[in-house]
Design a protein around this ligand. Structure first.
Ligand code: CS2
Ligand code: MG
Length: 403
C-alpha cells in the first residue's frame, strides 16, 4: 500500500483542530489528529513543510519504520510540536493498516482486554453548591467517575470552571486571557469541595481532581493529605513535572493516587516517575505522545510498575484522537480510565465516528480502522481562528504562575 497523497486540514467547529489525511494507491485513506491547543499552526506547518514531502511514495504498512524515520531522522527530537506531528502520521497509518485488514484497530493491537472503557466526566461550578449540582447531573447521565473543579472564593476566574453557561473550553480567541491565582486560598478551599461532593454522592463514585500544575511539591503533599478522607481516584498534575523527582516528596506524605502526563510527549518525560513508582496513572495521549506506536511503549513500561493508563481526553483533542484512544483503551492491559469531555455538535458533525457513550462507559465500535472520518466540505465552513490558552498571575503580586 503506497502513500500517494497527504494533506493537513485545519478547521474550527467551535474550537481549532488539525487533522492529517493520508491517501494511498489502494483508495484507502487514514486520519490522524495533530491538534495542539494554542499552537495548532505550528504543527500544521511542521507537517506540511517538513513531513508530508517525505511520505509520498513510501509504504504505508511500514508503521514502525516510519516512526523511527520521523523521530530519529529529524535529528531534533521530542517536544509537543514534533511528537504531535509524528503522532498524526502514526495514527493515520494504524487507521490504514486496520482498514486494509478489514478490522477495528483494537483487534490489530491484540484484541479486547475488556468489554467496555470506563470514562470520567467533568463537573464544574463557580462555587461548591454549583459543582455538587453538576456532579449530580453527571451521575444522572450514568457516569461512575466524575472530576470536580470549582471556583475558589476570592479568585476571579479559575482553571476548569466554565463561564457564561457554556461548556468548559479553556482556549479563547484573541490574546491569552489572564487569570489570577492564590495557592493558599485554593488549599483552604479544595478539601471543603470534596467534603461536600463525597457527602453528596456517597462512597460508590470515583472522584477525580486536577490541580493543573499549580502547587509546589510540599503544597501538593499537604493537599494530598487533606483529601485522603474523601478517597479520590486521583489527584492530577499536582506540581509541574519537569523535575520528576519532585513527586517523591508528594509520595512520601500522602496515599492519594497521583496522575500526570497529559503534556508529556515521549517516554523520557515519565521514565523516572514510572520506574520509581512516584505516580499511579500516566495521562499521555495518542495525539501528543507520538501516536499509538509510542503510547504502547509508555503503557508497557508503566505495566512493569503497576502504573495504569488514564489518557487525557479534553475537547481540544479531536474525535480522531478520541476514536484511536478508545481502541487503545479497549486493548491495553494496564488500563485505568479515559477522560471524556463530549465535543460540541458541530465537531461531531465534522468528524462522524463509530464510538459511543453508554452509562459511564464508552466503546470504539466495530468499524474498520479507528472508526472516525472527516467531512472535509463541512470542515471548510469552519476556518481557523487563532485562540490561546490562558495565563495565570499570582493575585498578590502579579508574578506569572503556572496555568
Ligand atoms: C485539563 C485540560 O482535561 C484536563 O485534564 O488539564 O482541560 C487542559 O487544560 C486542556 O486540555 C489544555 O488544552
Ligand atoms: Mg489535566
Amino acid at each position: 500500500m503506497k502513500i500517494t497523497g497527504a494533506r493537513v486540514i485545519v478547521c474550527c467547529p467551535g474550537r481549532n483542530f488539525v487533522t492529517l489525511k493520508i491517501e494511498t494507491d489502494t483508495g484507502l485513506t487514514g486520519l490522524g489528529d495533530a491538534s495542539l491547543n494554542g499552537r495548532e499552526l505550528a504543527v500544521a506547518s511542521y507537517l506540511t513543510e517538513h513531513v508530508l514531502p517525505l511520505l509520498i511514495g513510501r509504504d504505508a504498512t511500514r508503521i514502525e519504520d516510519m516512526w523511527q524515520y520521523l523521530y530519529r531522522g529529524a535529528y531534533w527530537r521530542r517536544g509537543p510540536v514534533t511528537m504531535s506531528a509524528i503522532a498524526a502520521v502514526d495514527t493515520a497509518l494504524w487507521d490504514l493498516k486496520a482498514k486494509e485488514a478489514g478490522m477495528p484497530l483494537y483487534q490489530l493491537l491484540g484484541g479486547a482486554s475488556r468489554e467496555r472503557v470506563l470514562v470520567y466526566a467533568h463537573a464544574n461550578g463557580r462555587d461548591i453548591a454549583e459543582t455538587v449540582d453538576e456532579v449530580h447531573r453527571h451521575a444522572a447521565l450514568g457516569y461512575r467517575a466524575i472530576r470536580a473543579q470549582s471556583g475558589v472564593p476570592g479568585l476571579d476566574k479559575v482553571y476548569g470552571v466554565a463561564t457564561d453557561g457554556k461548556p468548559y473550553e479553556p482556549a479563547t480567541k484573541g490574546l491569552p486571557a489572564e487569570q489570577d491565582w492564590d495557592s493558599s486560598r485554593y488549599l483552604r478551599h479544595a478539601p471543603k469541595l470534596f467534603e461536600a461532593v463525597r457527602d453528596a454522592v456517597g462512597p460508590d463514585y470515583e472522584l477525580l481532581h486536577d490541580v493543573h500544575h499549580r502547587l509546589t511539591p510540599i503544597e501538593a503533599a499537604r493537599l494530598g493529605k487533606d483529601l485522603e478522607p474523601y478517597r479520590l481516584f486521583w489527584m492530577e498534575d499536582p506540581t509541574p513535572a519537569e523535575n520528576q523527582e519532585a513527586f517523591r516528596l508528594i509520595r512520601q506524605h500522602t496515599t492519594t493516587p497521583l496522575a500526570v502526563g497529559e503534556i508529556f510527549n515521549t517516554v523520557w518525560d515519565c521514565k523516572g516517575l514510572i520506574e520509581n513508582q512516584l505516580i499511579d496513572f500516566i495521562r499521555t495521549t495518542v495525539v501528543h505522545a507520538g501516536g499509538i506506536t509510542h503510547l504502547r511503549r509508555i503503557a508497557d513500561l508503566a505495566a512493569l510498575y503497576q502504573v495504569r493508563t488514564g489518557s487525557h481526553g479534553a475537547t481540544d483533542l479531536s474525535p480522531v484522537c478520541m476514536g484511536a484512544a478508545l481502541h487503545f483503551d479497549l486493548w491495553v492491559p494496564n488500563f485505568g480510565i479515559q477522560e471524556h469531555m463530549p465535543h460540541n455538535e458541530a465537531t461531531d458533525e465534522v468528524f462522524p465516528h463509530a464510538y459511543r457513550y453508554e452509562a459511564g462507559f464508552m466503546h470504539p465500535g466495530e468499524a474498520p480502522g479507528h472508526g472516525v472520518e472527516i467531512d472535509e466540505k463541512l470542515a471548510a465552513k469552519y476556518p481557523y481562528e487563532r485562540a490561546y490558552l490562558p495565563v495565570n498571575r499570582l493575585q498578590r503580586d502579579g508574578a506569572l504562575w503556572d496555568w
